[in-house]
Design a binder for this molecule. Structure first.
Ligand code: SF4
Ligand code: SF4
Length: 323
């Protein structure tokens, strides 16, 4: 690939090494910053904004006010309740992060080039080769940074690394086609079949998402087995778990995708992200929602297997509420 491409820069949140939930084998998942949807249940609220953000960790703060002194735009105030931020003033210069002696100020988001990130990812090559794994590009929404995403996929392929694209499916069809064509595995989120419900819970209807899913299917069908397509549906109580939604997705997949979708995963709701919302000062609709029970997950699996898609390729994943 050209040196111009590998120098393409993008913003990522972090890497998750030794992942076994984002495709086959042992993988390193790259979380891109920025998303095209606004799902009310989002488990990565720090990845919604395309831009870098500063977060304050109350449990690390020793109240020294070094950050307040370092901030030239007076975005920070030390109060009896801790640091209060005027986010509208912050220009994400990072001075408060550098000044903080206890790591209580943290920068979310890091700009890297495709070459720099590839070099970092290749440190895990032995895991990929031994396990049949690779790298998964996730987020956020990787297709929101198309040039960086494409450059990274090219650079990883040049090193023989398997690349999965984990996508919410909402991007311009031209952009989606270019990136889907490069992926070895597409992990495609399909949340709700009803377009009004989709808009209500995620901020956008699903017309473009379904169109892009057809594009993904066509690439996979034409690849002669070289490419794979997995569908993932989050099981969010009260939002996606209705029987008609799960059976409806199953019917849709069964009617048009049965030969090309290798696996449909129904991913159980978890509330591990609750603290992230608190740290970012954001409200989470599902903060008080309990995990689904094993019985509920079994029932949802049955609804999903009743709609027409191959039951042997339909899986419920994730933890149930302890009884
Ligand atoms: S990142 Fe810069 S502008 Fe924002 S709060 Fe910190 S010092 Fe102030
Ligand atoms: S510099 Fe760090 S420890 Fe000191 S008040 Fe600011 S956030 Fe707290």
């Amino acid at each position: 690939m050209s040196s111009e491409n590998v120098s393409t820069r993008g913003t990522i949140l972090h890497l998750q090494r030794l992942s076994t939930e984002d495709g086959p084998g042992i993988r390193t998942t790259v979380f891109f910053k920025g998303c095209t949807l606004r799902c009310e249940w989002c488990h990565n609220p720090e990845s919604l904004s395309r831009h870098r953000q500063v977060q304050w960790l109350a449990n690390r703060c020793i109240g020294c006010a070094s950050c307040v002194a370092a901030c030239e735009v007076h975005s920070l105030t030390l109060t009896v309740e801790g640091i209060v931020r005027d986010r509208g003033l912050c220009v994400t210069c990072g001075r408060c992060v550098e000044a903080c002696p206890s790591g209580a100020m943290e920068m979310l988001g890091k700009e890297v080039s495709a070459a720099e990130l590839t070099a970092e990812l290749l440190k895990d090559r032995a895991y990929f080769e031994k396990s049949g794994g690779g790298v998964t590009l996730s987020g956020g929404e990787p297709t929101l940074q198309p040039a960086f995403c494409a450059a990274l996929m090219d650079a990883l392929h040049a090193e023989g690394v398997h690349v999965a694209l984990d996508t919410c499916g909402l991007s311009a069809p031209g952009v989606f086609s270019e990136l889907a064509a490069k992926a070895d595995l597409i992990l495609f989120d399909l949340k709700l079949m009803n377009p009004d419900e989709h808009k209500r819970w995620t901020g956008a209807d699903n017309s473009r998402i379904l169109r892009n899913l057809e594009i993904a299917r066509d690439f996979v069908s034409r690849s002669g087995g070289a490419k794979r397509l997995w569908i993932r549906t989050p099981l969010i109580p009260g939002a996606t778990t209705a029987p008609d939604n799960l059976a409806g997705i199953s019917a849709y997949l069964g009617a048009s995708f049965d030969g090309s979708v290798e696996r449909w995963e129904l991913c159980a709701f978890n509330n591990l992200c609750r603290d992230k919302y608190e740290r970012l000062g954001m409200r989470w609709t599902f903060a008080e929602t309990e995990l689904l029970t094993a019985q509920q997950l079994t029932q949802m699996g049955e609804w999903a297997r009743s709609g027409g898609f191959d039951p042997s390729r339909t899986f419920v994943t994730g933890a149930a509420k302890a009884s």
